[in-house]
Each structure stands twice: as structure tokens, then as C-alpha cells.
Design a protein around this ligand. Structure first.
Ligand code: NAD
Length: 255
């Protein structure tokens, strides 16, 4: 049980982050949500499990705003015991045409934000000798796809960060691991499907093609399944799981 524990999940107003936040709250954790868009809906959904739920609107591409979010979590919820670095964006373009500002945003949001949240959360975790850091990487943290240079670089980088932090905390009660999802049908992926559909036909066909190109199961991973895996990493049984990149990808990287 995570009763008495506090979780902070970046990018948790939608998709995978929201799914993980729900599972952590269901297990008893108070939760600091973060992200844009449907904030009230996300707060209502996670609050349904009866724990304390707050939201901080930090843009995680900004180190100052991250620092404010971490301070507020410690001030208003008392601590951060479970840190899930999930916020992420995508942009697809060949590298010669890749917009420089998109590259910078993707590195900032998908990679550097985790450096900042981790360096700010670790002192408290060390003090209490308990912590769980879970970085949401991707199958694209392990293998590449054409057109996704920034995303692939950031997600590979996030796995390197995960291993470094795991070593620096190896003798403590703090663990640091990464999840590497395959396709999950969230707004981030729906946008790619819609773009492909514009080029080659209808959305249903674009969905089938997206799965069959990469994911042997031909079925989407769900935020709930990823939430269950995150819960396992929070358990005592997972204390010696350190520095791993755990793929849940319908067979994507087995190929
Ligand atoms: P999503 O678009 O549904 O959710 C992204 C969340 O991040 C939202 O809450 C959004 O408001 C927030 N966000 C975006 N920019 C932000 C910023 N600058 N500051 C703070 N919050 C910000 O996407 P998702 O598919 O749920 O993706 C979540 C994570 O999972 C990402 O890191 C993504 O790379 C990763 N991932 C997704 C898939 C997939 O198939 N959907 C696969 C592998 C990995």
C-alpha cells in the first residue's frame, strides 16, 4: 500500500501519466498532478480514490517552474516519495527539416525535466531512506525510428540518466527505473495516426498500419497496464530492481 506516501507525476492530465496517477491514488498515495489541458477532469478522476490530490501547472521545460512545483509538493503534501517523470511531446520530421525549437523543446521536456525533478526530490528521499523514481522512456529509448531524432535521442538519454541515478542511490532505499512503453492510444499517438491518415487514407487503416509496423501483438498497451507496472516498482518486492529499462511494448523490441 502507498498509504501515507506522496506521488508526483509530471504530465498527468492526460494519457499514461493520468493512468499511472490513478493507480497510485488507488493504492493510497496523495498525488501532485501536473500538465495542461483538462486539469479539472484529471483532478476529479484521481480524487475519486479518496486521497489528497493537487495540481501544479509547471511547464516542465522551465527549471524555475519545476523548482516551484517541487517546493509546493513538499510544502502542501509534505514530501515526494514517488516521482514519475512522464511529461513528453513528439515531433516527426526528417533531421534536415527538424525545427530547431522543436528539438530544444523535446530535449527540455522529455529529458532535462527529469534531471531537475530528480535532483530536487532526492534529498528528501535520501533523508527518509525511501523513494521510487520511475522515468517514462519508450520503446524509442531502446531502438529508433526514422523521423524521430529528437524523441529517440531524449528517450535514450533518459535511460542513461536512469542508470546513473540508480548507481548513485544503489545503497539506499531509493530506486530509479524506467518504463519503455510501445504504442499506447493517447492523444500523443492519435495525432500521429491522424497525420498518417491524411497522407494514406482513413484513420482505421492508419491505426492498423501503425500497429503492424512496430507492435507484433497488434494491440495497444494501456495506461492502466503501465500503472500496474509502476505500482509493482513501488512495492517492497521491487527493492532490488535498479536501473532497468522495462519494456511493455507488445513485442516491439523483441524483433
Ligand atoms: P499525452 O499527450 O496524452 O500526455 C502528455 C502529458 O504531458 C499531458 O498531461 C500534457 O499536458 C503534459 N505536458 C506536455 N508538455 C508539457 C510541459 N511542457 N510541461 C508540463 N506538462 C506537459 O501523451 P502520452 O502518450 O500519455 O505520453 C506520456 C509519456 O509517455 C511521454 O513521455 C511519452 O513520450 C511516453 N510514451 C508514450 C507512448 C505512447 O504510445 N503514447 C509510448 C511510449 C512512451
Amino acid at each position: 500500500s502507498l498509504k501515507g506516501k506522496v506521488a508526483l507525476v509530471t504530465g498527468s492530465t492526460s494519457g499514461i501519466g493520468l493512468g499511472i496517477a490513478c493507480k497510485l491514488a488507488e493504492a493510497g498515495a496523495d498525488v501532485m498532478l501536473n500538465g495542461f489541458g483538462e486539469v479539472d477532469g484529471a483532478i476529479a478522476q484521481v480524487s475519486a480514490f479518496g486521497t489528497r490530490v493537487l495540481h501544479h501547472p509547471a511547464d516542465v521545460s522551465d527549471a524555475e517552474q519545476i523548482a516551484d512545483m517541487m517546493r509546493q509538493a513538499e510544502r502542501d503534501l509534505g514530501r515526494v516519495d514517488v516521482l514519475v517523470n512522464n511529461a513528453g511531446i513528439q515531433h516527426v520530421a526528417p533531421i534536415e527539416q527538424f525545427p530547431v525549437d522543436r528539438w530544444n523543446s523535446i530535449i527540455a521536456i522529455n529529458l532535462s525535466s527529469a534531471f531537475h525533478t530528480i535532483r530536487l526530490a532526492l534529498p528528501g528521499m535520501r533523508q527518509r531512506d525511501w523513494g521510487r523514481i520511475i522515468n517514462i522512456s519508450s520503446a524509442h529509448g531502446l531502438v529508433a525510428s526514422a523521423g524521430k531524432s529528437a524523441y529517440v535521442a531524449a528517450k535514450h538519454g533518459l535511460l542513461g540518466l536512469t542508470k546513473s541515478v540508480a548507481l548513485e542511490t544503489a545503497t539506499t532505499g531509493v530506486t530509479c527505473n524506467a518504463l519503455c512503453p510501445g504504442w499506447v492510444l493517447t492523444p500523443l499517438v492519435q495525432q500521429q495516426i491522424n497525420n498518417n491518415a491524411k497522407a494514406h487514407g482513413d484513420v482505421q487503416r492508419a491505426t492498423r498500419e501503425l500497429l503492424s509496423e512496430k507492435q507484433p501483438s497488434l494491440d495497444f498497451v494501456t495506461p492502466e497496464q503501465l500503472g500496474e507496472l509502476a505500482l509493482f516498482l513501488c512495492s517492497d518486492a521491487a527493492k532490488q530492481v535498479r536501473g532497468v529499462a522495462w519494456n511493455m511494448d507488445g513485442g516491439w523490441v523483441a524483433q
